[in-house]
Ligand binder design. Structure first.
Ligand code: G
Ligand code: G
Ligand code: MN
Ligand code: NA
Length: 249
């Protein structure tokens, strides 16, 4: 396909770049973490969203080199942000790649980014196909000191069994759950009970896609530790993260 060869070109030509969306502490509203979000700007200036090109990169295997590039860049950028946790999205194809833990270790060593401040976001899709293999890979990654976060919880299986089996360090509630919790009792019950299960298993909880003060109050009251969403910040270039961190200190 055209977009596949375009993506190969884009990788060679450095058309991919990374933005960072802050996560704030639910209690203080201060920035405590950032999530790296990949962007692609074509030479003609036309932006293509990750929801369009990442599924294709997954199919073609190009997600592996692209994902490593994001990880390396994000670790470099985040070195400038003391005490801030860095979250990086990892796709199922990356987690299945036997080389991945080795390459991750190399990037940590080469950039000097502290493993304890890195968090990898995976989805349940990464786990369903081969939970045993996934668990083995996650154990190797955790051996470096890197934390694992379960992303998009509430869109897919929302499996409490997975929470118990994998003991993620963090649970990220998907924005659909957060949005619906405002006016649908069933969604609110699911949100509240997911948070309580996560906390009982010693997981931190982040609510995603918070756009209104009402949603922020709701998730804070329900026990979320961190909040991510346009109410606070959109995804920003690294210079602006540095600026906001300087302002809050
Ligand atoms: O940033 P945005 O909302 O447009 O992201 C759309 C989707 O792309 C989200 O599901 C997000 O997790 C995914 N995504 C963004 N950056 C990356 C990345 O670096 N790697 C992977 N695998 N997915 C990403
Ligand atoms: O799948 P993942 O959770 O990694 O995707 C994060 C995506 O959510 C990013 O593409 C980001 O741009 C988007 N996002 C972040 N905050 C908000 C928000 O408050 N509202 C909406 N609609 N999207 C958001
Ligand atoms: Mn994510
Ligand atoms: Na999500």
């Amino acid at each position: 396909q055209k977009i596949d060869s375009d993506m190969r070109q884009a990788l060679a030509n450095d058309e991919f770049y990374v933005l960072y969306q802050p996560l704030v502490c639910a209690q203080t509203s201060k920035i405590v973490a950032v999530e790296s979000l990949l962007r692609w700007a074509r030479p003609d200036g036309e932006p293509i969203g990750p929801d369009v090109f990442i599924p294709i990169a997954e199919e073609t295997g190009l997600i592996n080199p692209i994902g490593l590039k994001v990880l390396r860049q994000a670790c470099r950028d985040a070195l400038a942000w003391p005490d801030i946790t860095l979250s990086v999205n990892i796709s199922p194809a990356q987690l299945r790649d036997v080389e991945f833990p080795i390459q991750l270790g190399q990037i940590l060593e080469e950039t000097g980014f502290p493993a304890e401040r890195l968090e990898l976001e995976i989805t349940e899709t990464c786990l369903v196909l081969d939970p045993i293999l996934a668990e083995r890979t996650l154990d190797v990654i955790r051996g470096f000191g890197v934390n694992i976060s379960l992303d998009d919880f509430g869109t897919g299986y929302a499996s409490i069994g997975f929470l118990r089996m994998f003991r993620f360090e963090k649970l990220k509630l998907d924005r659909s759950l957060v949005v619906d919790a405002g006016d649908d009792e069933g969604s609110r019950a699911m949100m509240v009970s997911s948070i309580s299960v996560a906390r009982a298993l010693n997981m931190a909880v982040t609510a995603e896609g918070v756009e209104t003060q009402q949603q922020a109050d709701l998730v804070r009251t329900a026990g979320c530790d961190q909040i991510q969403g346009w109410l606070y910040f959109k995804a920003l270039p690294p210079e602006e993260i540095t600026h906001h961190l300087n302002q809050q200190n």
